[in-house]
Design a binder for this molecule. Structure first.
Ligand SMILES: [Zn+2]
Length: 109
């Protein structure tokens, strides 16, 4: 479960910056193509934040859906997985959204 190491890194990075201040919420953006499962991340967050100033913080996860643009027909289409194939048959496709794995903000008490 690589969510555990990702979440550990996230908690460490937040603690680095917020120190002893109590963090009440963490806002993340985790795209549906990022390879990270938000539910697994929520579980890991509870585990790794225990005993730190982040314990009990709410974890908000925005999950942008995959969106791609085809360089052949210029069409944009939803991308449910990492099979980069436009409905027109071209695989010359650029991912616009969905791979995000970003910390957007935290709220401190
Ligand atoms: Zn196309």
């Amino acid at each position: 479960m690589h969510e555990l190491s990702i979440t550990q890194g996230l908690v460490d990075a937040v603690l680095d910056r917020t120190g002893e201040r109590t963090v009440t919420a963490v806002n993340l953006r985790v795209g549906t193509l990022s390879g990270v499962l938000p539910d697994a991340m929520r579980f890991c967050f509870d585990v790794v934040s225990a005993g730190t100033p982040l314990a009990g913080a709410r974890l908000w996860i925005d999950e942008p859906r995959g969106l791609a643009r085809c360089r052949t027909c210029q069409g944009e289409f939803e991308l449910p997985d990492l099979i980069l194939l436009c409905p027109c048959g071209s695989a010359d496709v650029e991912i616009l959204h969905g791979r995000e794995l970003m910390l957007m903000s935290v709220e401190v008490a």
